[in-house]
Design a protein around this ligand. Structure first.
Ligand code: 5GP
Length: 201
């Protein structure tokens, strides 16, 4: 392992398939892991505590916030979500790349603190496709689907805050594109120069 891991922030509208893309990406790379966030939202069918999220009460969430245990946290569609420091820093130090799959406000907070991170936004092929995916997964009632679509439109006004925009036409291709971004970012001069100088002095 040559140096510190990359902090990779992946955002994208609800329903774009971020989770599936990240899963496919992790299969392609053994140097990369995903941070499991804390949330106060209800667990969906099929989700596992400690794997998809650390599910907790609002009281416990706010306690961790008070103790400065989050890298960032945000309120999104009436629930709290937060990146736990314990999921991130030790692993980055040991050279593992860490993915944060988080929404735009959280991403912008991370960017202020860690501008050296890699910020990627995943776009759907179209708005109608996004609506179809959100409706089709049957996990949220119609009014929540509408709220998430509205939030998506707001998110699209913040694309310029990201380093990369990747369209998710098909999952393996999207995962491959992100893997290529990781390769390129790992080769950036400013990330490698100190390590190379030390190795070849
Ligand atoms: P969902 O409820 O669909 O699992 O997630 C809703 C949104 O919250 C998604 O955009 C997801 O990326 C985002 N999210 C998940 N974990 C975090 C987190 O730790 N911090 C922030 N800011 N957003 C998160």
């Amino acid at each position: 392992m040559s140096s510190k891991g990359l902090l990779i922030v992946i955002s994208g509208p609800s329903g774009v398939g971020k989770g599936t893309v990240v899963k496919a990406l992790l299969k392609q790379r053994n140097d990369t892991e995903v941070s499991v966030s804390a949330t106060t939202r209800q667990r969906r069918d099929g989700e596992i505590d400690g794997v998809n999220y650390h599910y907790m009460t609002e009281e416990d969430f706010l306690k961790i916030k008070e103790q400065d245990g989050f890298v960032e946290c945000a309120r999104f569609c009436d629930n709290y979500y937060g990146t736990l420091k314990s999921e991130v820093f030790e692993k980055l130090e040991s050279g593992i790349n860490i993915i944060l799959e988080i929404e735009v406000q959280g991403a912008m907070n991370v960017r202020r603190k860690y501008p050296e991170g890699v910020f990627i936004y995943i776009m759907p092929p179209s708005m109608s496709e996004l609506r179809a995916r959100l409706t089709g997964r049957n996990t949220e009632p119609p009014e929540i689907v509408e709220e998430r679509l509205k939030t998506a439109k707001w998110e699209f006004t913040h694309l310029d805050k990201y380093n990369y925009i990747v369209e998710n036409e098909n999952v393996p291709q999207t995962a491959h594109t992100i893997s290529c971004i990781i390769e390129a970012e790992q080769s950036r001069m400013e990330r490698k120069i100190d390590y190379m100088k030390e190795r070849f002095k």
